[in-house]
Write a protein that binds this ligand. Sequence first.
Ligand code: ADP
Ligand code: MG
Length: 606
Amino acid sequence: MEKFEALGLKGEILKGIADLGFETPSPIQEKVIPVILNGGEDIVALAQTGTGKTAAFGLPLLQRLNTDVNTTQVLILSPTRELCMQIGNDFKNYAKYLPKIRIACVYGGTDIRRQIRDIEHGVHVIVATPGRLCDLINRDAVDIQNVERIVLDEADEMLNMGFKEDLNYILDEIPTRQNIYLFSATMPKEVERIARHYLKNPLEISVGKKNQGADTVSHQYYQVRAKDCYETLRRVIDCAPDMYAIIFTRTKIDAREIAHKLQKDGIDCDALHGDLSQNQRDDVMARFRSKRLKVLVATDVAARGLDVDNLTHVINYNLPEDVESYTHRSGRTGRAGKEGISVAIIHSKETGKLRRIENTLKKKFEYKSVPGGEEICRAQLIYYADKIIDSEGHETLTPYEDELFEKFNNLTKEQLIQKIVSYEFGRLLKKYANVPDLNLSEDERKDNGGKKSGRGERGGRQERQEDYTFTVFSVNVGKDDGLTPRELIDIINQNSPKRSLEIGSIRILDNKTKFEVDVTGIDNFPKYFRNADYDGLPFFLTEVGRGEVSNSGSGNRSRGKNNFGGGRSGSGNNGRKFRKGDDSFGGSKKRDRGGSKGRSEKRKRK
Ligand code: ADP
Ligand code: MG
């Protein structure tokens, strides 16, 4: 506590954090607290999750509030509802002995009128998601004219989630601000741009190396056929009886499906994703925090920043495309100096992705073989035996002991153990008797190593149907508009929030185009295309589903027949009125560029 005191924090705050069990400041707290307390520079702080950022900005900001006035002086922006709630909660704990401080959290997905009432009579601190705050600003329901200090928490994630415009809007709205404090686990270009544009000579603080996961995390991977991924997951869970983990999936659908399957397989788990109501989320989180659920299946966005300590494992059921997401995921475990394991279950064609992550993180992933039945049963039995040996509370048995001893009188110790174990583990032992070996041979693993798209000549397509790495999207521009695959790829790359997306099949139809793209780690991909256009035509992207663009075996999908029914007359009305007219756009440069067989055929027909 002396160290906290030495940073300049006052008695009431010290009491508050003492109640939380804080003893010494974390490195980021040591660096940030004095700067904010003294009203010094703006700050750009790069720190991994779990380094104690909330208290780093929270404690000094609370200490500096003027509670004699009713104005909102501090604004915290954070990407998700859960994070807002968590920060609000932490702040209330820090301010336990500063009862005059009023704090409000505002976020989407819940009744805005109640939030308006919450802030109506003046609060000193607002913790908000950018989207909801913009709503409130537009309704004239919030007064941020007196805000002095702004925190951008998890800035990279706010940008990942498409809050860039909202952030610009908010920051432009608050001319009175004295300081902005930007916190981020990673520093992509967009975050740097915000920092350059809005912060004044910021002090740069970095805790831990850029893009590097906590050192207490070991990274492991299992490599199996795509169809065996789920079975592998189940075995990995069954083989670690004391597991307390988050499993990351790419999409909400995956999260739901996997949680459902695991529940059916008798594992205490549930899913956390964007489609849940707030009550449902709170319920899932409460069960997970109290460890009634041993496994939480979540999308990146839903699990971002959740402050759950003591996770033994993080499991990447789908490997994210980018290293940043991986860093965030694995940063959920190995917290507070504890050991953690980050597991990736990859299929035979993801070696390239894994190596890219390894190279950036400068960490080696340890190859693990999928546990077989015997190994799993042994792990469970030993765990169970230890639990029995460690159990206490014999006195409660006293009144029944005589009867019990009498009942088991005829059994030897060995027989008794056998019976108890087979009673408890009969199902498990049966389930795992003679299960197949899921491991790939060394040749199979080498064969596939490093291939990027994995669309080999033989059988590639067949196998890929099981991979589900791709999501299919449809766009309202097609062959009639002159779209070529190259141009499509350019538009995708220009608008996508992430570089180097993996794009699968492309089928250019008359008046629309379907294509596959791996949007791992990106939520609501179409959102990024709201302002996109193809040579002046609005570019409407919609998600069609997962899997394959087409089930036809046709070799060249970009020239294939329209298999989607409807064709020109039926579907795609929404885009029709924007389609290039025959006259006004005749002879546009698109047509002159040539090169696509589809288009030249079209012209001949005319
Ligand atoms: P971050 O925002 O960097 O991911 P948090 O601020 O959520 O991290 O802190 C992670 C956990 O560490 C929380 O449970 C928090 O209560 C705890 N914590 C933070 N600072 C300290 C400290 N100085 N001593 C002990 N625990 C701390
Ligand atoms: Mg945080």
